[in-house]
Ligand binder design. Sequence first.
Ligand code: PEP
Length: 245
Amino acid sequence: MRRKIAAGNWKMNGTAAALNELETLAQMMPEAAPEVVICPPAPLLFRAVDAAPEGIAIGAQDCHMQAKGAFTGDISAEMIADTGAGFVIVGHSERRDAHEETNSDIRAKTRCAWGSGLTAIVCIGESGDDRAANNTLDIIGGQLAGSLPDGADGANTVIAYEPIWAIGTGKVPTLEQIIEVHDFIRARLITRFGAEIGDAIALLYGGSVKPDNAEVIFRAENVDGALVGGASLKAADFAPIIAAL
Ligand code: PEP
């Protein structure tokens, strides 16, 4: 059985007071909840780990591609692990775009994450132009091959498919489009890593997941959860998404 994960990416939102949402969320979560991960801004990681009730894991939103050194303002995977966090998002489209991160940067970040015992949530996704030009699967295939190092498995890696045009826009692909891309990713993982490992890596959908569309998205066989931005900030929004999984 593949792991099921609902991950929340708070992006650059929230101060210490926002961590009160963790307790509220835990109270609203169903008993048989999937894995729940909250990725708050980096300055909150230590406090988030302390504040997180049972059933909520903490992750970071990025790590550096090198283990340590003269990289002012950056955060290493080891530092993230030192806070007690267990996950790190790498390759989010906002990082690929605003920080010009390449597939090979993300591959190096993923290796660093693994080296510190973190599960990497590796993000891939096409732009609106890519989709309009019918290039979605080419782009996804290239990002997957380029961003994922050898050695991925179901414990150290989660893939998040996040169409860029769906992030924060309220636009969501059709269920057929989601199925097509997730089935494609699954097939590529099986070809590269073999059936056992390829089948064990959880695939998340991300991009405007809300309480009112989660149930439909989760119908897709190869959707094992969601990476949620805006709707993860408030427990009242995130809890029904978790319950739908
Ligand atoms: C995200 O940024 O990873 C994301 C999916 O955002 P939203 O849910 O707000 O579209």
